[in-house]
Design a protein around this ligand. Sequence first.
Ligand code: NCD
Length: 330
Amino acid sequence: MTFAANTMNVPSARLPFATHHDGRFKGNHILSVSQFSLEDLAYIFDVAEEFRLIVRRIGIMDLLKGHVLATLFYEPSTRTSSSFIAAIQRLGGTVVPISEVRYSSVSKGESLPDTIRTLESYADVIVLRHHEVGAAALAAKYARKPIINAGDGIGEHPTQALLDLFTILQERGKIDGLIITMLGDLKNGRTVHSLAKLLSLFKVKINYVSPDALKMPADLKSLLQEKGVQQAEYSDLHPVLGDTDVLYVTRIQQERFEDPREYEHLKDSYVITPEVLQGAKSEMAIMHPLPRVGEISMDVDDDPRAAYFRQMEYGLYVRMALLALVLGKA
Ligand code: NCD
């Protein structure tokens, strides 16, 4: 996998196979996108691409036969939990799913470290989603098995960012040189936090479009500035839509608001409709981590630029790659 049409910017995107065959990812936690280099990304995406072809041809394999995944979700999830479950099953492994923590001992007051210690007695890898920033890092401190962060509050969602990047590559064929516009709740959206950090490894321009109250956090913008990423902020999509190569739409994160009236006031800030898209490039990719709650009209779904359903499928292959890699089997 190479990242750029002009590979000048990414001289070593394709590394010799052997560099990674020493089990670079084996036993590692996946906590933040900051842990990945360009070389790591190239390798993960090569493995994901291989799995994509195998799944399409054969459907299932036995690479992870005998391996068990535990999924522990303290917050709701459809895509992340089911794609990880499908990923381990398509690789021949099995799953212990805990998605209703209120029916587990968590509701009796069990601590996160103890719940992790329990699950790692039965499983080889744990996927964790939690409402607190830093929960995955805390779990990793106590765990002997790999922890995969599936979202920690408003912090990060690294596996989503990896699948988002994989989607951009599949849809646009490159990363360098693109103008990426992130729209919606940039303050509370963990997917945009991780994706912006990951994009800082590339030569991209990022536009942030959000209501004033929901801007991208200042520390994140400074981090990207230090890395030389061109960034610009707007409250209206109109001035940047025409130049945009990837429009990454997010929902206003209702569950993060203390005052429900503020959510009500902001929830319909942006709605992407076919009319809005009239000013966009014909090859622009429209992405969304989903779920959507009205910010992309269903009338957009048949537009060839709408990549958000394909994005979900790419997520399966990326998560298969991550499981195989941390278990040392890719
Ligand atoms: C996202 C999340 O949980 O952060 N969903 C997902 O994993 N696809 C986005 C969201 O909930 O808005």
